[in-house]
Structures are given as structure tokens and as C-alpha cells.
Design a binder for this molecule. Sequence first.
Ligand code: PLP
Length: 403
Amino acid sequence: MTVVEQRQPTKAREVTNNIPFVRTKLSPEALTAATRVLESGWLTTGPEVQLFEAEFAAWVGADYAVATSSCTAAIELGLRALRLPRGSRVLVSTITFCGAVHAIIHAGYQPVLVDVDPVTVMPSVRTVRDAVDRPGHIDAMLVVHLAGAPANVDELADAAGLDRDRIVEDAAHALGTRCGTKRVGSGESTTCFSFYATKNLPIGEGGMVTTNNADVAERIRRMRLHGMSTDAWRRYLPGGSWRYTVETSGLKANMTDVQASIGRAQLRHLADWQRRRREIAARYDRSLAGVPGIALPQRPRDGGHAWHLYAVRVLPLCPDDHSGIRRDRIADELARRGIGTSVHFIPLHTMPFFMRSTLPPDPSFVGAEAAYAQLLSLPMHPNLTDEEVDVVSETLGALLVQN
Ligand SMILES: *Cc1c(COP(=O)(O)O)cnc(C)c1O
């Protein structure tokens, strides 16, 4: 009885934090811009989308940008624009967001899952070679820059035996990432970005494809709106013609002017928000440096991290324990203390739908299984205060000593 009485106040004191995993940052200008468009009389794809595309292309350093309804749609369109035969095989990491693999399937291709390096949590030259050595020709690859860390696209393309124009980059985490000195999205491959509510440039929903290839840009532009030769804005413009034709299959995957106006306003803050993310990462690095039992995210050897996520690895007490029990316990204890965390991502080869729809059959992905048991994404967003970072670090440090 006394034990219970002594414990209750401690428990009550524990849940004093309110540090959710993410708090979306919407600039005041975004609210004004959205209202302006809502009052303008034009709600779907129009002049705001064109301006957002131009401003986004300039920010990233790409020749062309095409706005879409989501990054998932952007990936599907980027893959369709390769115009490969049905059933062509596309390499993709087993540790990525499920939407990326759905996009490969909806584009008409066959996803081939690739294991990851347990430290970078991304496919390496070795795991890509292992995938290519299995029976069956590989036709394309989707490369993810996980957490915002730069993947070495050239090395991976070489390992897969693919030309750069057969690579589509999943840059949902990588707005602001640099490979060497070049921003992700300014290179040779079709690159797909996300404006989902939790991403580095939040709109709520939305996506963008960047490319330096005029033909690819034009194909994606048509396919995003039913394959129609002209969009509604151009048809209804004064003096515009109602005529259009359809020469290719397409999706309904256009962005609205309301979304674009929010995106344009948000883009003006992106450099500041990215600076804040780098400060937060540096503060976590410093305050967690001496803590035993975790591994901190690696700094890129060559390039710049966009810090979409700050993912630590909670090391098991016994090296071959891949149960994830210790990580789960720490995540639960943090949640009880009002600190939100997440895991990016659950390996896709463990999920029923992807077991049926992807290759190889019965994969043995030791890197992914080791990494998955350890991954823990800490709160990381530009609204996070220094004090909150310190509370997360101190609480995590104390839990690691006790668990
Ligand atoms: C969020 C995310 C996507 C999908 O983005 P949407 O805009 O929500 O479609 C794709 N890949 C990765 C790695 C993501 O995190």
C-alpha cells in the first residue's frame, strides 16, 4: 500500500512534458496567401501553381519543376515517364515509406526490395550488388535519401548497372539535402519531393517533381492531369480555347492554387527553418555525445543533411538481440513522460501485401532487421526550443542508464 502511495505522485510528476514528435509550422504569410487565393475565384491549378513551380525550381537549382498532389503521385509519374515495359523491375529499399512501393506497382512495374546498411539505414553498393546478382534483369531504381541524409546516387547507379536517367530519387525527406555541393533535385535524375504536413516544407498535402529534362517535364505535366493537352486554367483564360485532346494515359494528380500559395509563402522561410534544424541536430549531438547505449546519426562524408529526422539507434544490451525490445521500452517510457517519438520505417518485406507483391521471395535482409530493432526518431522540427531538446536528451539519457 505504501509503495503505491509513494509511486503515484512520482507518476503524476513524470507526465509534465508536452513535446510531441512534430508540430507543423505554418507561417502567417501562408494564411494570408491562402485567403487571397480562396477569394480570387480560381481554386484549382492556375497561376499560383506556375509561380510555385518556378520558385521551387530556382530554390533547388533544377531546370523544371512540376507540382503534383503528393510525393507518392510524383514518384508514380516519374516512373511512368521512363516508359518502361509493364513488369519492368525497379529496385527500392525495404526501409522506406510504403507509398513509394505502391507507386512502383501503380506505374505497372515490379518492385524488387533491397536490404540496407545497418548504420546508414539505406541501401549500400554491397546490398544493391546483392540485389542485382539475383536472377532477373533490373531496369530502374528508386533511391531514397532517408531522414535527409544524402545517398550517393552515382555510386548506387553504378552498382545497379543503370544509367542516371533510369534513377528516380525519393526526396520526400531531402529538401535542402546536398550531395557534394549540389542540392538534391538539381541533378540528372527525376527527383520527387513531398509537402505532407510533417515534411520540411509543409503545405498539408502536395508534391513536386524536378528534372533537367524538358521532355520528361512535359510528359509528367500532361500525365498529372488525365493526359490532357491543356489544363483548365489555359482553357478558361480569356481568349482560351475549350479544345483539348488526350494522347496518353494519366492520373488526377494536379496541385491546387490554394496549396501552391501556401507553398510559396512557406518557401520564403525554408532557409531559416533548415538553419534551425541544423542547430537542433548539433545540440542533440552535443548533449547525447557521452550517453552510453545509443548511436547518433552519422554526419554525411560529402554533402549536407536536411535533418528531416533525427534518428538515433538504441543499441541492444546483447549484440545479436534483434527483437527491438529495448527500443520499444525506451519509446514507451518517453511517451509516458510526454515525449513523442517514431520509427522510420518498419521494413516493407515484413508486411503481408508487400510479401505478396514484391521480390525477392523469402528475403533475408539482415541489415534491415538489425536496423529496424534499433531505430528511434526523436522530435525534430523548427518549432522545437533549445529547452525541449535538452529535456528530450536528459530524459533519454536517464532512461538508457535504467534500461
Ligand atoms: C512522406 C513520404 C513519401 C510520400 O509523400 P506524400 O507526399 O505523403 O505522398 C514518400 N517517401 C517517403 C520516404 C516519405 O517519407
